[in-house]
Design a protein around this ligand. Structure first.
Ligand SMILES: [Zn+2]
Length: 279
């Protein structure tokens, strides 16, 4: 069983190593996964939180001149803040997807687009725009091994959070999951948690979980003749003793579904605090 102990590099395949950052939590599982792809030339995916010891572990796992590229799946704060420190120490090129992100003060050496490939001496990493969790979320497909690095689009051990107030879009997210399901994959290397050995099973589970949640919300709204997000959360999770941060996240998720249902003309409502009704 590969090691999920923070700071300890573990080899997942001939081309892929993983180091878990020291930021375990309800949304990060054992911590953020930093992946090193390649041996002679290394691409680092998601340097993680700005922790010197973690950056030292990344550099220690490769000779620092071999780190050629730093890639991000998205710019949420558990994935990118170590970027500057890593780029400075290794002189690697920072490659970022799409338009300039105002939330982070990072300047890419090159801007990536959908379908681009990062060509290392031993590997090719294809860029797949995978919006939903974040508008500019990217997955990377390691062509040689058919491993997909999914960031926070697909996780192990928990469902991804889609928060409308942080750029999340449930309708777009479901489309992204459907697209990923059509890919031929051997494994998924998620942003948090261990490697997923059966990608299709996991993606089917993710899709059916979202479909079930959506019909549950619609059913409750029809029955209640209008409800607020917090009432729906209480109905869905019942007397389960969820910690407050997970209750809050459940609210984002319900709100994200309501926004999707509204766009489909099935419900009316506005903000997370408003009353929503079935049409
Ligand atoms: Zn994350």
């Amino acid at each position: 069983m590969p090691d999920l102990t923070p700071g300890v590099p573990s080899a997942l395949s001939p081309l892929v190593r993983r180091i878990v950052a020291r930021n375990p939590g309800p949304f990060t599982g054992p911590g953020t996964n930093t992946y090193l792809v390649g041996i002679d030339e290394v691409a680092v995916i998601d340097p993680g939180p700005d922790d010197k010891a973690h950056v030292d572990a990344i550099i220690g796992a490769s000779m620092k001149e071999r780190v050629r590229w730093v890639l991000l799946t998205h710019t949420h704060p558990d994935h990118w803040p170590a970027t500057k420190r890593l780029v400075k120490a290794t002189k690697a090129e920072l490659l970022m997807f799409g338009k300039r992100d105002k939330d982070v003060d990072l300047t890419p050496a090159r801007v990536l687009e959908e379908g681009d490939t990062i060509e290392g001496s031993e590997f090719g990493l294809e860029v797949l725009h995978a919006p939903g969790h974040h508008p500019q979320h990217v997955c990377y497909l390691l062509e040689e091994e058919r491993v997909l690095f999914t960031g926070d689009t697909v996780l192990e051990g928990m469902y991804s959070v889609v928060n409308p107030s942080r750029g999340g879009d449930m309708a777009v997210y479901v489309k992204t999951l459907e697209r990923l399901r059509r890919l031929r994959l051997s494994r998924i290397a998620p942003g948090h948690g261990d490697v997923i050995e059966e990608p299709k099973v996991r993606l089917d589970d993710y899709l059916s979980h979202r479909r079930q949640r959506e019909s549950q919300i619609l059913r409750l709204l029809k029955k209640k003749d209008g409800a607020k997000v917090k009432d729906l959360v209480a109905d869905i999770y019942g007397s389960d003793e969820l910690p407050p941060e997970l209750i809050e996240a459940a609210g984002w998720q319900v709100h994200a579904h309501l926004v999707k249902l509204k766009a489909e003309g099935k419900v009316t409502g506005t903000t997370a605090k408003a009353t929503w009704t079935a049409v």
